[in-house]
Design a binder for this molecule. Structure first.
Ligand code: ZN
Length: 409
């Protein structure tokens, strides 16, 4: 509207756009004016603010629905994933063609935002544009909302993982009721360490350790690196201090035992995720509450009595971790991957973003993003997201209106 106003005046622009979709030439002009006026950042910001209003209107990411760590409601889980887009052309900068009528040598049109990107979860790369998209929805179909998105530039600072973390923090700032994030394997412990102190529960897979890796343990058929994350010491045995080394493996806690013949075994410890310490009203300091058992010999009577202790292992990085070179966020998780019932249920909601991404892809002819360069591709993505969100909101309200009075959503 602002772009068209400069050309034909506010009233004419409003009349034209309120009486039907823009024509191709209007949209081309809009694209040019948006770039000339440098309005992309403002539009992007306003889109995400509008998406938050849509989500709130639909009861997504509600502030009152704070629940336990394990029982995340669908409307409170943000699904975030990377999305590769096929470029509108296969040509690259410098490709030429000959005009047979005039004999002129001309440059091929190319996509300056095209780059080579890894494809999440698959050992291959793709040429094209790359975005990361955050989805929120109800259990009912047709309610999927794009809560935020980022179109990456070819040399995006920090890569896909950094783009995902930034996107999640923006969405959380706009939707304070958000509690859980299900996100793909691009994130590592260092990225989780930026999200969990914000009060979020992050559910994502841990990078598989190579089969040859030392200091790795196989659980449920998957090889995880192990890392010592805690040491519990008590001084009350007849033989002096007793030390229990605690390891993080697959996101859960284990006590390591070494027998006299050098055999190493690991005993799983109970895992109860707790959050303590409020900051701005949110619990931000995460711990695993666990319990250990040991035999204690009374020094005077010589009698062996069982000794148990409940203790807390931090999930957020500690100062000591820097000294000990511990990437805590990678090894100690709020919902460990090895706790498959809880993990799979919430992580499974991430697959939903792939359905959303599929819709995004099929909206375009031959799956190609129909625009060249960062500015225009961002406009294309935001346009799609606005359409998607408008349809989702209409679907949600139409369903609510059709429901007999008194029946809850
Ligand atoms: Zn002990």
């Amino acid at each position: 509207m602002k772009a068209a106003t400069a050309r034909i005046g506010a009233d004419a622009a409003r009349y034209e756009l309120e009486n039907g979709p823009p024509t191709l030439s209007q949209f081309n002009y809009f694209q040019q004016r948006m770039s000339a006026l440098g309005l992309h950042d403002a539009l992007h910001t306003e889109f995400e603010a509008a998406a938050a209003r849509t989500a709130q209107d639909m009861g997504l990411m509600p502030d009152h629905a704070r629940t336990g760590v394990k029982d995340a409601a669908r409307a409170n889980v943000l699904a975030v994933d990377g999305k590769n887009h096929t470029s509108p052309t296969r040509y690259v900068k410098g490709d030429q063609w000959v005009d047979k009528d005039t004999g002129e040598i001309k440059e091929r049109r190319y996509d300056p935002n095209k780059s080579t990107w890894g494809e999440g979860g698959k050992n291959r790369v793709r040429q094209g544009a790359k975005s990361v998209v955050a989805w929120s929805r109800h259990p009912a179909s047709g309610t999927r909302v794009i809560a935020g998105l980022t179109l990456m530039r070819p040399k995006h600072d920090g890569g896909e993982a950094a783009a995902i973390v930034d996107l999640i923090t923006r969405v959380q700032d706009l939707n304070p009721g958000l509690t859980h994030v299900a996100v793909d394997g691009a994130l590592r412990g260092t990225h989780l360490a930026r999200l969990t102190p914000r009060g979020l529960v992050v559910v994502n897979k841990i990078q598989t350790a190579p089969t040859t890796a030392e200091n790795a343990v196989t659980i449920n058929g998957k090889r995880f690196r192990k890392k010592r994350v805690h040491t519990l010491t008590h001084h009350s045995t007849a033989f002096g201090a007793c030390e229990h080394p605690i390891y993080g493996i697959g996101g859960g806690l284990f006590e390591e035992h070494v027998t006299s013949d050098g055999t190493v075994t690991h005993t799983r410890l109970p895992h109860h995720t707790t959050a303590r310490g409020r900051k701005n009203g949110d619990y931000t300091d995460w711990y695993v509450q666990t319990r250990i058992a040991c035999g204690r010999t009374d020094p005077t009577s010589g009698k062996l009595t069982p000794w148990t202790k409940t203790f807390y292992v931090p999930i957020n990085p500690t100062r000591q971790d820097q000294i000990d070179n511990v990437n805590r966020g990678e090894h100690v998780r709020q919902i460990p991957e090895i706790d498959t019932d809880d993990f799979n249920r919430i992580y499974g909601m991430r697959a939903d973003s792939e359905s959303g991404n599929n819709g995004l892809e099929h909206a375009w002819y031959l799956d190609r993003i129909p625009s060249y360069g960062y500015d225009n591709q961002l406009l294309t993505l935001i346009s799609y997201a606005l359409m998607n969100n408008a349809v989702a909101r209409a679907t949600h309200h139409a369903r609510a209106a059709a429901r007999p009075p008194g029946q809850a959503a």
